[in-house]
Design a protein around this ligand. Structure first.
Ligand SMILES: Nc1ncnc2c1ncn2[C@@H]1O[C@H](COP(=O)(O)OP(=O)(O)OP(=O)(O)O)[C@@H](O)[C@H]1O
Ligand SMILES: [Mg+2]
Length: 305
């Protein structure tokens, strides 16, 4: 049984002048998923998303949005897609309620405007001008506008940049709600906790190339460097050979401190071995790698922010 695909990008290339911004990117987004696009500044994320939406013309490659070509059928694609693009801005003087009304008027089956303002915490700012909003309020309005037409696919480019920690969590909940409603989400973000929390899959770009693609768990397993376990033993204690346990990558002992790095279910055999050696009262400090560890490994520490 084939899975329905919301977005398929094949071998996308786009240059501004001589330097390629996107240099052969493939990306498949299945319907109903939240897919993250990660990568350092200038790695081609926004360019990829803008090409996918039909806002920019690729130099080459193939893009299909629900099977439609955004370049030859821009109107049909626009009705299926919502965007909160990184640099979207509104005229300073437009009021919050007016902006929502304007976007709703363009949509075929818009959401309820009042409810939408409530939902995004903007009801009290309905009559405020865009120019008078705080950074976070602007950001929330732009995300609300992207969703006003009940899109089947929405592109959110750095949607939580500038939001306070509580507002970020609220926006995450709203994005999950949107997905539960059946909307597919492409999320460009620099926040690893956000990608880990929300994304079914993530693609990592670097210098216009995709360097990894998978579930957050897969990327952590593959590039996170393994789980590290540290513990102390009495200096005279006899410690069994731990380096040969299945899944252990390295085992080091410096004085009474032992550090083991491993992958897979090595913790079980480690615990068993320690118990057999009467070392079952040692306190294990277990550190699992995060998506950030995997990301830094993939793109290099100098490129992360
Ligand atoms: N309109 C433009 N004109 C010329 N060069 C551009 C333009 N837009 C992007 N670029 C260049 O293309 C490359 C990729 O930019 P892009 O905006 O796609 O990166 P990004 O991954 O979204 O970065 P960021 O994390 O900073 O948003 C960069 O080198 C950038 O300078
Ligand atoms: Mg960008």
């Amino acid at each position: 049984m084939g899975v329905d695909v919301a977005l398929r990008i094949e071998n996308l290339r786009k240059s501004y002048g001589s330097a390629p911004a996107v240099d052969g990117v493939d990306l498949t987004v299945e319907q109903g998923q939240i897919v993250g696009v990660l990568g350092p500044n200038g790695s081609g994320k926004t360019t990829t998303v803008e090409c996918a939406y039909g806002l920019r013309r690729p130099d080459s490659g193939r893009i299909r949005v629900f099977g439609l070509n955004p370049l030859s059928e821009p109107g049909r694609v626009a009705r299926l897609v919502g965007t909160q693009l990184q640099d979207s801005a509104l005229p300073d003087r437009i009021r919050v309620g007016e902006a929502l009304h304007l976007f709703a008027a363009l949509a075929r089956s818009p959401v309820d405007e009042r409810q939408e303002l409530e939902r995004w915490g903007l009801a009290a700012r309905r009559r405020a001008s865009f120019g008078s909003l705080s950074g976070g309020q602007r950001q929330r309005l732009l995300v609300a506008l992207a969703l006003v037409g009940r899109p089947r696919l929405v592109f959110l480019d750095e949607m939580t940049t500038g939001l306070d920690p509580n507002a970020r969590r609220e926006v995450w909940d709203l994005v999950e709600q949107v997905r539960r409603g059946g909307t597919t989400v492409v999320l460009v973000t620099h926040f690893m906790d956000e990608a880990f929390r929300l994304c079914d899959r993530v693609a990592v770009l670097k210098d216009g190339h995709k360097v990894a693609d998978g579930t957050p768990g897969e990327l952590i397993d593959r590039y996170g460097g393994g789980t590290t376990v540290r513990f102390s033993v009495p200096p005279q204690a006899e410690v069994p050979r731990l380096a040969e346990l299945p899944g252990v990558l390295t085992a080091e002992r410096v004085d009474g401190r032992i550090e083991i790095r491993g992958r897979g279910p090595f913790l079980v055999s480690l615990g068993h071995t320690l118990a057999v050696a009467h070392l079952d009262d040692v306190e294990l400090d277990v550190r699992r790698p995060s998506l950030e560890d995997a990301y830094v490994q993939l793109v290099g520490p100098e490129a992360s922010r």
